[in-house]
Design a protein around this ligand. Structure first.
Ligand SMILES: NC(=O)c1ccc[n+]([C@@H]2O[C@H](COP(=O)([O-])OP(=O)(O)OC[C@H]3O[C@@H](n4cnc5c(N)ncnc54)[C@H](O)[C@@H]3O)[C@@H](O)[C@H]2O)c1
Length: 320
């Protein structure tokens, strides 16, 4: 099985490629990203390509040998809101080009599209189900929603064998803050663990729908392993997550790393971020996803411990 991952140098793309290397039957993996990816994994099956999906021919050559395509490349929510044209090009035009490139292979490849809970917005029911209509409150959410429809229709036409995963917000994301409206969700855990102050731009009672990186990657891998018949016409899946209030996240941080660490978080409202994030749902009925074998996290403290286990420098700060 040959694989192509767009956004392969990003947070989830890198981890996904590592996870795939441990799977049986994986041949070549093409990691495509517009940002230079640094040293490769050392595994000869992995090929890194620094190229922009918007440039002519890039999508076609990335997927020409692929049996499975993971389309993760995206402009994240805050940036897509600030730079409308860029968001439309990458999140929408490049998605369509990639679908056309997949169709042109004539082999009906599996096409796993990373969508987001940002397709939803008010009015929201108490619990989002598979029948809940999408009402995006951001350009990013609208672009993901159109991508979902395209993947569904390309699948109905038999051009690709698509699967759309609506990912929860993934936490704890390592590295520097990014331009996502949800960047603070990881920031209020990660920065204090490194001894740094962090601001929370939303109310402490705000509820979030979260996934660990581990569960998110396991679910991407699982999506590609499912036979198309298991999905039928229903190509869109609300992935499992956990519902956590911001104040519960800070309490978990205090339990895992100490009160002094949790006290590094301050609360200063940012109306722009609050407007986007408060429109996102935090409670989902994910029975279909669980029936299909997708996995879930169980408690937020484990997400912090997972991060500490992977990030040696944060662990060192904790031990000091
Ligand atoms: N991380 C989350 O919390 C989360 C939540 C919901 C959905 N998602 C979705 O999952 C996917 C992966 O998320 P992530 O956190 O790894 O994002 P990321 O920003 O770390 O990675 C995305 C990658 O796409 C690349 N990219 C952007 N434009 C490109 C282009 N024109 N051509 C080629 N590459 C391009 C970027 O360089 C980046 O490395 C995205 O589609 C995102 O919308 C992520």
């Amino acid at each position: 099985m040959n694989v192509a991952i767009t956004g392969g140098g990003g947070f989830l793309g890198r981890r996904l490629s590592q996870a795939l290397l441990a799977e049986k039957g994986v041949g070549r993996i093409v990691l495509l990203d517009a940002t230079p990816m640094g040293p490769s994994s050392g595994d000869s099956r992995v090929e890194t390509r620094c190229a922009n999906l918007l440039d002519p021919g890039v999508a076609r050559s990335a997927v020409e040998a692929a049996d499975v395509i993971f389309h993760l490349a995206a402009v994240v929510s805050g940036q897509a809101e600030a730079e409308f044209d860029l968001g439309m090009s990458v999140n929408l035009d490049a998605t369509r080009s990639l679908l056309e490139a997949a169709r042109a292979t004539g082999r009906q490849p599996k096409f796993v599209f990373s969508s987001s809970l940002a397709v939803f917005g008010p009015p929201l029911p108490e619990t989002v189900t598979d029948e809940t209509a999408v009402h995006p409150r951001s350009s990013y959410g609208a672009q993901k929603a159109v991508g979902e429809l395209l993947v569904t229709d390309f699948s109905r036409r038999g051009f690709v064998d698509g699967r759309v995963l609506r990912l929860p917000t993934v936490c704890v994301r390592p590295g520097a803050p990014n331009a996502a409206a949800s960047s603070f969700v990881s920031g209020i855990i990660r920065e204090p663990l490194h001894g740094k102050r962090a601001n929370c731009p939303v109310d402490p009672d705000t509820e979030l729908w979260l996934s660990s990186p581990r569960a998110a990657v396991a679910n991407l891998v699982h999506a590609a392993s499912l036979p198309g018949e298991a999905l039928g016409q229903g190509r869109i899946i609300n992935l499992p997550g956990i519902t956590v209030r911001v104040c519960e996240m800070i309490e978990a941080l205090a339990r895992v790393a100490g009160r002094g660490v949790a006290d590094l978080v301050s609360f200063n409202d940012d109306p722009g971020v609050r407007r986007i994030v408060s429109g996102w749902p935090a409670r989902f009925d994910v029975s279909r996803a669980l029936d299909l074998g997708f996995v879930r996290d169980h408690d937020f403290s484990a997400l912090i411990r997972d991060y500490l286990a992977r990030d040696e420098s944060a662990s060192a700060v904790r031990r000091a």
